[in-house]
Design a protein around this ligand. Structure first.
Ligand SMILES: Nc1c(NC[C@H](O)[C@H](O)[C@H](O)CO)[nH]c(=O)[nH]c1=O
Ligand SMILES: CC(=O)[C@@H](O)COP(=O)(O)O
Length: 155
């Protein structure tokens, strides 16, 4: 697990975790998975900056502000978008995904897409520490890898 730390270790650089409150039953589990994995990898708890937003649609703006703040070396965006009766789901998913992708592509730090987009709550829970793993934990390993890659490519 420590191989993920690489250039990150000993730099006291922070990792931002921006979490949507909507479907908090799920997103709390995603956050716990991300935090546990980062701590197991050797990141200090004091170097984790957790910010809550109302829903997934608000993730891109706050992630962009955090990215541009120069306070963190990488960001994990966490959310759970569960299909309802209308097309609202489609717009929330597409705009959240494209917004976060733009911040990761054009901003100064890597952004991990940890937003579940599911047809029902069961599918979401299965991906937040259930039988299909924990998307938050996956993003934690990914953000460390991306930080290290960026460090090497910018040397
Ligand atoms: N239905 C879900 C939402 N909807 C709320 C939006 O994300 C947004 O907060 C609202 O449209 C106001 O701008 N958000 C989720 O994260 N998950 C959902 O299932
Ligand atoms: C993803 C959503 O915004 C969704 O939960 C909203 O539900 P509905 O389409 O029934 O209004």
């Amino acid at each position: 697990m420590n191989e993920y730390l690489g250039a990150f270790a000993g730099k006291n650089r922070k990792i931002g975790i921006v979490v949507a409150k909507f479907n908090e039953l799920v997103t709390q589990k995603l956050l716990a998975g991300a935090q546990q994995t980062l701590l197991q990898a050797g990141v200090n708890a004091a170097d984790l900056l957790v910010i809550w937003v109302p829903g997934a649609f608000e993730l891109p703006r706050v992630v962009r502000l955090l990215s541009e703040s120069q306070r963190v070396a990488g960001i994990i965006a966490l959310g759970a978008v569960v299909r309802g009766e209308t097309s609202h789901y489609d717009y929330v998913c597409s705009e959240t995904a494209s917004g976060l992708a733009a911040v990761s592509l054009h901003g100064p730090v890597p952004v991990m897409f940890g937003v579940l987009t599911t047809d029902n709550l069961e599918q979401a829970l299965n991906r937040a520490g259930g039988k299909a793993g924990n998307k938050g934990s996956e993003c934690a390993l990914g953000v460390l890898e991306m930080i290290n890659l960026q460090e090497k490519l910018q040397q």
